[in-house]
Write a protein that binds this ligand. Structure first.
Ligand code: SAM
Ligand code: SF4
Length: 334
């Protein structure tokens, strides 16, 4: 191994092999925990990385140990011909897993193309099955399209579909059991994630977080004791559980009440090519400028290493020193 392809280790010994790529900051809905309701300022097209630029960067990341990718946004399916990007990324020999997180609003018409392009896994965001609650969260009446999208993904042959639900106190408690039943019946994995301070209206507060522990209690009340599943990947953020009957899997991600920063292996590339070492990073490293200035690849790799080296031990949510990043979730890539 030469100096230039040493893995991306930070100063706490965390090895980074997982890159989340935001392909756009645009979205077709307006979840309140992620985006403003009105007058969202989107990036001009010319500022957004082209597919070829993303591919060039991923080839560099792959040289230094990145082998897992997730496409996100904004809503990745609003980017035209996203299947072309998937094909480019799947053509990189070191990349063993390309996943996507989507709100599934338009998935019904994309699912087959995504599967054919080689997309390995899909995470679908669904916080509520009740129309009113769904509308309150997303500010768009598109629950039926999302449900159609889920069915289409299953029909297209995606087998490892995971539902992601943000857990918000005072709003989604009543959704926990219907979502758990829906996922169980449809053979989908379900993960609840605690609401994080990345909303644009700055309304987040500690007491609005519906904790992983509270969700576990709700689910166990109906389904019986949950059995912790063996942790096959120590870097995975979720604590997974199996239902007592043996079928079905439930994950709880508690970034707020029990942070998993100690095993974090993720880097994030924003739609305009800024590299972040954490969702809550206060600094970013501009890779797009280097690419567009024609800077030599070893120097771009050096910038990537600097970003990793400067990663802090954790995000400090809930502590006095916590500082919210300026960007909201849709501008980072969830
Ligand atoms: N538009 C796609 C979607 O919603 O699936 C991908 C981007 S979205 C930013 C990625 C994930 O972040 C979604 O599952 C969303 O629910 C989650 N998310 C957004 N804002 C959040 C917040 N403030 N706290 C916790 N999760 C959040
Ligand atoms: Fe759009 Fe996803 Fe943000 Fe909701 S969470 S506004 S679907 S980017």
């Amino acid at each position: 191994m030469t100096m230039t392809n040493l893995p991306l280790l930070d100063s706490f010994g965390r090895r980074h092999n997982n890159l989340r790529i935001s392909v756009t900051d645009r979205c077709n809905i307006r979840c309140f925990y992620c985006m403003p309701a009105e007058q969202v300022k989107f990036l001009p097209r010319a500022e957004i990385l082209t597919f070829e630029e993303i591919e060039r960067l991923v080839r560099l990341f792959a040289q230094v140990g990145v082998d897992k990718l997730r496409l996100t946004g904004g809503e990745p399916l609003v980017r035209t011909d996203i299947d072309r990007l998937i094909r480019l990324l799947k053509g990189i020999p070191q990349i063993r897993d390309v996943a996507m997180t989507t709100n599934a609003v338009t998935l019904a018409r994309h699912a087959e193309r995504l599967k054919l392009a080689g997309l390995d896994r899909l995470n679908i965001s669904l916080d509520a099955l009740n129309h009113d609650t769904f509308l309150k969260i997303t500010r768009r009446d598109v629950l039926d399209q999302v449900l159609e999208g889920i069915s289409a993904a299953q029909e297209a042959g995606f087998t490892r579909i995971r539902l992601n639900a943000v857990a918000i106190k005072g709003l989604t408690e009543a959704e926990v059991l219907p979502l758990a039943r829906f996922a169980w019946e449809r053979n989908l994995e379900l993960r609840f994630i605690e609401y994080m301070p990345l909303d644009s209206e700055q309304n987040w507060a500690d007491e609005k977080v519906l904790s992983g522990a509270a969700i576990r209690e709700l689910v166990e009340h109906e389904f019986g004791p949950l059995v912790p599943a063996p942790r096959t990947d120590p870097a995975q953020p979720a604590f997974d559980y199996l239902y007592a009957g043996g079928r079905g899997r439930l994950g709880l991600i508690h970034p707020v009440t029990a942070p998993f920063c100690g095993t974090c292996n993720r880097l994030r590339l924003t739609a305009e090519g800024k590299l972040r070492n954490c969702l809550f990073s206060l600094e970013e490293w501009d890779l797009r400028s280097l690419l567009r200035q024609g800077v030599a690849e070893p120097l771009i790799l050096e910038q990537i290493r600097t970003c990793v080296a400067e990663k802090r031990p954790g995000h400090l949510i809930g502590q006095q020193q916590f500082e919210r990043p300026e960007r909201t979730m849709h501008q980072i890539g969830g």
